[in-house]
Design a protein around this ligand. Structure first.
Ligand code: BES
Ligand code: MN
Ligand code: ZN
Length: 481
């Protein structure tokens, strides 16, 4: 898709559709469009309320085939997050109708044209995303191939367009990886993708090397699969000074069958997406060479598949993690925390200033927060607050969950230091307390995206399917450090 910015001379432009945002409580008057707008208002009852859309054919009376009026609601209730949602839906209205080129009136909404442009493009790219690689019929000719943003402040608009494209492409990269079948995205495939990212130093540890490092918890999870586990370490170094050292850890279970504690069919269906944390980390790492932050950023993924073959780890097994702590396996389906345990120990050896892990960790998080917000926990209030600001600004929702010690009571073990699972209640907090055993004093945050990584129905700017959640929050966090 090609995105251009042009000054506001749409009367001379020949594109398929013009998108026109309209406030509910402000007079609309653009000479060129007044006749059509009267028609929309008086004959089609268009009022401009938020998310009201009317796509009107012009029958060649002007140089667009159709004009799409978009309601953007009340003037003082409007903001950049709503704008992103409006444009996601607006472009979805146009999609599939053989309207290939689209102009957008961008100057009549909010002052900050840079962020207006960013959010228009982010909304468009996120809304138009389709995973149709495996469809035999693709309807390529129905695709939108060109967007022209109309703004008099074209330099600011261009900056915004560029950053909107960058962020949305990162999000969509993660969505692609999550939507791929688990037989395609195996641990080796994740390792290969990491190795191909330019401008990073990448180290891949196979089974034997991970064993030498003492990663007994991670390796146990992967031992029941025919796919070899891979521990992936990516490093981005800035060309200038290093202000801070950040480690990102993504849960990379390429398929979670539950292991010998096998999941029921309905719960297993989405488990090719149990590497959504890893997908987010890969998407972020490949964006750094464009953003060029003055930070050293490490991306870690303990990639493996949780399967129940005859070599599989068993309930009752005792595992030793990289820091020497021992874990009794209570439930082989609580595998994510075992892989993260060793990844967090490895993260500590890098002596970072901050560790952030992102993981589809607990069904309990989905029960607590639904598909609306991700869970946020950690050992450092200021890091948590900073991440919440970054999320809100990026259009993602992060809700802090408690870390009261009592949630760990049910994870005491008679024979090892602790177990990997306990009560069904408070499962999100218990999992975070488990992870805390593998972090030293480094400021650490844990993001549970079990509920938010895949949608079964549309939410905000997202159609159903993988969301690439976390990418925008963490990129925004990195950009503002
Ligand atoms: N990958 C799942 C969590 C999950 C559930 C992600 C639903 C996305 C959607 C995780 O490995 C898991 O199975 N967790 C168990 C933990 C339990 C056995 C303590 C769970 O949540 O039931
Ligand atoms: Mn599991
Ligand atoms: Zn899992």
């Amino acid at each position: 898709m090609e995105v251009l910015v042009s000054k506001n001379n749409f009367c001379e432009m020949a594109l398929d559709t013009l998108i026109v945002p309209v406030f509910e409580d402000r007079n609309f008057s653009v000479e060129y469009l007044n006749e059509l707008y009267d028609y929309a208002q008086n004959k089609l009852n268009f009022t401009g309320k938020y998310l009201e859309f009317i796509n009107i054919p012009t029958f060649n009376k002007n140089n667009f085939k159709t004009v799409l009026f978009c309601g953007i609601g009340k003037n003082d209730e409007f903001n950049l997050n709503k704008l992103r949602v409006v444009f996601s839906k607006a472009f979805q209205e146009i999609q599939g109708k053989n309207l290939n080129s689209v102009a957008v009136l961008a100057d009549n909404m909010l002052e900050d044209i840079k962020n207006v442009s960013k959010n228009i493009i982010e909304g468009a790219f996120i809304g138009l995303y389709k995973f149709n690689k495996y469809k035999s019929k693709k309807n390529e000719n129905e695709k939108i191939t060109k967007i022209v943003l109309l703004s008099d402040k074209d330099n600011d608009a261009k900056d915004g367009v560029r950053s909107g494209e960058l962020v949305a492409c990162a999000v969509n990269f993660a969505r692609d990886l999550i939507n791929e079948p688990a037989e395609v995205v195996t641990p080796s495939k994740l390792a290969e993708i990491a190795s191909k990212i330019s401008n990073l130093e990448v180290k891949i540890y196979g089974k034997n090397e991970a064993k030498e490092l003492g990663m007994g918890a991670f390796l146990a999870v992967g031992q029941g699969s025919r796919h070899e586990p891979k521990f992936i370490h990516m490093k981005y170094s800035p060309s200038g000074v290093v202000n801070k050292k950040i480690v990102l850890v993504g849960k990379g279970i390429t398929f979670d069958s539950g292991g010998l504690d096998l999941k029921p069919p309905a719960s297993m269906l989405e488990m090719k997406g149990d590497m959504a944390g890893a997908a987010a980390v890969l998407a972020i790492m490949r964006t750094l060479s464009v953003l060029k932050p003055n930070l050293e950023v490490h991306g870690l993924i303990a990639a493996c598949e949780n399967m129940p073959n005859s070599a599989a780890y068993k309930p009752g097994d005792v595992l030793t993690a990289m820091n020497g702590k021992t874990i009794e396996v209570d439930n082989t389906d609580a595998e994510g925390r075992l892989t993260l345990a060793d990844a967090l120990c490895y993260a500590e050896t890098l002596k970072p200033d901050v560790i952030i892990d992102i993981a589809t960790l607990t069904g309990a998080c989905c029960v607590a927060l639904g598909k609306v917000a991700s869970g946020l926990m950690g050992n450092n209030d200021s890091l948590i607050e900073t991440l919440q600001f970054a999320a809100e600004d990026a259009g993602e929702y992060l809700w802090e969950m408690p870390m009261y010690e009592e949630y760990f009571d049910d994870m005491k073990s008679d024979i090892a230091d602790f177990k990997n699972a306990g009560s069904r209640y408070g499962g999100t907090s218990a999992a975070a307390l488990f992870l805390k055993n593998f972090v030293q004093d480094t400021p650490w945050a844990h993001i549970d995206i079990a509920g938010t990584s895949i949608l079964s129905k549309p939410l905000r700017e997202f159609p159903k399917g993988a969301t690439g959640v976390g990418v925008r929050t963490i990129l925004n966090y990195i950009c503002n450090l």
